[in-house]
Structures are given as C-alpha cells and as structure tokens.
Design a protein around this ligand. Structure first.
Ligand code: 5AD
Ligand code: SF4
Length: 441
C-alpha cells in the first residue's frame, strides 16, 4: 500500500457521522493522514448505511468506480453495509480489502497492521462487544457541537428495520464515562452536546447508580459550560413522562423532540411491531404540548408498508394535521434483508408508494409554511454555525432546531461562529427562517 494516507466518505445517520470521527481519530493515531480525494489516498474507506436499499446501492456504485483506477489502493467498507453483508462484499466487490462493522472500530488499528503486512482480505465483524464506546482518539468535526454515544444497538424488532442486525443488541455506556466525556468536552470549549443512540430512551446505566435516560439527560445539562443538549433518537414506547419533566426543568435541554411515529394507523403500527397505538403516541404528543415550554416536534414517516390501505394512509395524513409537526422525514418502505416485513404479503407497487410520499410531503410543506410564518416577529437565540457568503448572512440554529439565517451589523468583519445571539425573525419559508440580530443593550 502506498504512503499512509486515507480518504473517508460517510453515509447515513448521525451515529455514522460520529463513528467516522472515531475512525479518523484512530487512523491519525496510527500515523495516517486524511486526504480530501480518493485519488490521493492509499486507503479509501466508505462508512456505509443500509437503512434503505438506495443507501446500500450508493456504496456499491462507489466500489464500482474503483474497478478500473483503484488497483494500487486498499478499499475498505465500514459501517452498516459491512456488518450486514460481511464477507459477501469480497465476492461482489473483489477490490475491497477491509470489511469492518461499527462494533469493531476499536480493532481498526490491528486490522490495519494486518493490511500493512500484506493480508488481502481483513474483517472485523463481531457484534458481541461493548468496547466500541471508548475509541480513545475521536477527532471531532465541529468545534462547538459534539456527539456523545450513550447507547449502541437496538433491542426492538420493528418489522421493517435492519438496524438490530447491523448494530446488534442494546449496550448502554456507564453514566460515569458519559459524564466524564461531557465534562471534558465542556472544558475543551464545546457548548452543545448531542446524546446519540438508536433508542436513547431505553438507556440504562449498567453501574449500581442505575440512571435512566431522563436522569442522564438532566445531569449532562447541568454541566457548567454546556449551553445546549440535544438527543436522538427516541422511541415512543420508551419515551416516558420523566423525559418531559427533565426538559421542562432544565433550560439547557433544547426545545426539540424527534419522535418517529412511522404511521398514523394503529393497524399498520401493529404490523410494524412498533409496540404502541396511535392513541398512545398522541398521549406522548399531549405531554409535550401541555408542557411548561413550547417544544418543536419532528417525526419520521414510512409510506407504503406492506398492506397499508388507502384508509391507513389517510390516518397518517390526519395525524399530520392533528400534531402539526415542525418538520418530518418521509420515506417509501424499502424491503431489507433479514427483516420480518419481508414475509408479509401485499407489497405495494413503487408508483403507489411514490404517490403517497408526494402527498405526505406536500401536506407537510403547507403545515411548515404556516407554522414558520407564525414565528415572524419573535426573537430566538441562535448558535452561529458559520457564514453564508453568497447570501451575506450568518447561519444560525435555534434551540428548537430551526435554521435561522440572519444579518448582523458586523457583517463578516469578525467571525461570529460559535457565539449565541438573539435574532428577530423577519421572514419565513417552508424549511428555514431569516432574521436580523437584536442588539442587546
Ligand atoms: N424502509 C423505509 N424507511 C425505513 N426507515 C427505517 N427502515 C426503513 C425501511 N426499511 C426509516 C424510519 C426510521 C428512519 C431512520 O428511517 O422512518 O425512523
Ligand atoms: Fe443507516 Fe441505520 Fe446504520 Fe445509521 S444505524 S447508518 S441509519 S442503517
């Protein structure tokens, strides 16, 4: 393999983005240098996602590109496709030399030594480890906002979902180690922490302290220097009232909850094995709507799950009207390997899934236009994320997770990035807000 250089491209969710930070740190500690293009790299890595077929195909497309011009490189597949497909990847993409799932990143150093020694096909695919949390060399991308993994894997078995197969069973990290990492990050100047897990609500401290998620959330938010705490993702079944209480009593916990519902029909939810009904979901939404602060609520929707009737679909549309989400992610159901839904009958044609997807998205767009317009005139605090040169605006994010770009008298003269500023909303669109900074006297 040529000089110790690597290129890494990341697909998928925030868990993957954070895993990539761990991978970059581990490689740099081994003397590797990151380069911006695959052409320059001796080691080309793809940290992959397999949540839907499209995400998986993207990876194979990348590997295909290297068939001709990647002869002198070692190509590695990391993440969820690696875990799902394992050694089959070597058959499908013979130019791949390394296949490693997320639970084995702490072994990456050893695997690279094997590659350097000339091994052609190296794997790290074990799932029965809880050592993945403490990859000591994490190299974070953002100087103000830091991810912390609090729980790995997932013990639910939603009928459509590949995650339990790619990330294994639930393993919670000790509260002591989470708190130590959060305190260290605060001391290093990070002001926003995002607690990560496939289902953070089912966090359970494995030490005798026995903290649940609400306790951990509250304690992290009390750390001095931490101004914002976010968490993702939640599962409605495990989303307890104590989480809302923790949010209400600690202003550092952001005004936002992502609570994926998937469908508004209790019949579909039962077939998805989501473990809650529409009414039970609405009960949780009511806790949030009747709370002491105003929380923005976002969700995920899957359309076209096997057997979803027109009536089921209308129940989802009615739910959108009832909850009035601040934002949502919507997806066409995509059959995944190993999942229970593969065995269900009545698969829905793609054109029909597409039709339903467009209807959901158009309805939600109208809701967002209305809700965002209602914010004009209000003042919101933003964390400044950077500068949009072309628009001559600063990019801000509100506690309730909206993008609020704004003008400021300093106008690019000095960097505002990383600062917290009050901004008055002057204009709104379906996906973002525009405003001007409020000078505080
Ligand atoms: N097909 C379509 N969407 C899916 N999701 C998870 N699995 C599938 C699948 N097989 C969606 C869910 C989940 C989000 C991360 O991705 O909505 O909440
Ligand atoms: Fe994709 Fe799920 Fe893996 Fe995240 S955990 S990368 S969403 S398959």
């Amino acid at each position: 393999m040529p000089a110790k250089t690597f290129y890494l491209e990341t697909f998928g969710c925030q868990m993957n983005a954070h895993d990539s930070e761990k991978v970059v740190g581990t490689l740099m500690a081994k003397g590797y240098t990151q380069v911006p293009t695959p052409e320059e790299a001796g080691l080309v890595l793809y940290n992959t996602c397999s949540i839907r077929d499209k995400a998986e195909q993207k990876v194979y497309h990348r590997l295909q590109q290297f068939k001709r011009n990647g002869k002198d490189k070692v190509i590695g597949v990391l993440g969820c496709v690696a875990q799902q497909e394992g050694e089959r990847i070597f058959e499908r993409a013979p130019n791949v030399g390394l296949v490693c799932g997320s639970a084995s990143y702490n072994k990456l150093g050893e695997l690279l030594v094997q590659i350097e020694a000339g091994d052609r096909r190296v794997t790290g695919l074990s799932l029965d480890t809880d050592e993945a949390f403490d990859t000591p060399f994490t190299r974070r991308d953002n100087p103000h906002r830091a991810y912390i993994t609090i729980i790995e894997g997932c013990d639910k078995s939603c009928a459509y979902c590949v995650v339990p197969f790619t990330r294994g069973p639930e393993r919670s990290r000790t509260s002591e180690s989470v708190m130590a990492e959060a305190r260290r990050l605060a001391a290093e100047g990070y002001s926003e922490i995002q607690l990560l897990g496939q289902n953070v609500n089912s966090y359970r401290d494995p030490t005798p302290a026995g903290w649940n998620f609400a306790t951990l959330l509250g304690r992290v938010a009390e750390i001095s220097g931490i101004r914002r705490v976010r968490y993702t993702t939640s599962h409605p079944r495990d989303f307890g009232r104590d989480i809302v209480d923790a949010m209400d009593s600690n202003p550092a916990i952001c005004d936002h909850v992502h609570l994926p519902v998937q469908s508004g029909s209790s019949d579909v939810l039962a077939r998805m094995e989501r473990l809650y009904t529409r009414d039970e979901y609405i009960e949780r939404i009511d806790w949030l709507k009747n709370a002491r602060r105003i929380y923005s609520i976002t969700t995920d929707i899957i359309v076209g799950f096997p057997g979803e009737t027109e009536k089921d679909f209308e129940a989802t549309l009615a739910l959108l009207d009832e909850v009035e989400y601040d934002s949502l992610f919507s997806f066409k159901y995509s059959p995944r390997p190993n999942t229970a839904a593969l065995g269900l009958e009545d698969h829905i044609p793609d054109e029909e899934k597409q039709r339903r997807l467009v209807i959901v998205q158009e309805k939600q767009r109208a809701i967002q236009i209305r809700r965002n317009a209602g914010l004009i005139g209000s003042v919101k605090e933003v964390l400044v994320e950077g500068r949009h040169q072309a628009l001559e605006q600063w990019i801000g994010r509100t506690s309730d997770n909206r993008t609020l770009n704004f003008t400021h008298p300093l106008d690019g003269a000095a960097s505002l990035t990383g600062k917290y500023l009050p901004v008055r909303v002057t204009r709104s669109g379906p996906n973002s807000l525009v405003g001007e900074s409020v000078t505080v006297v």
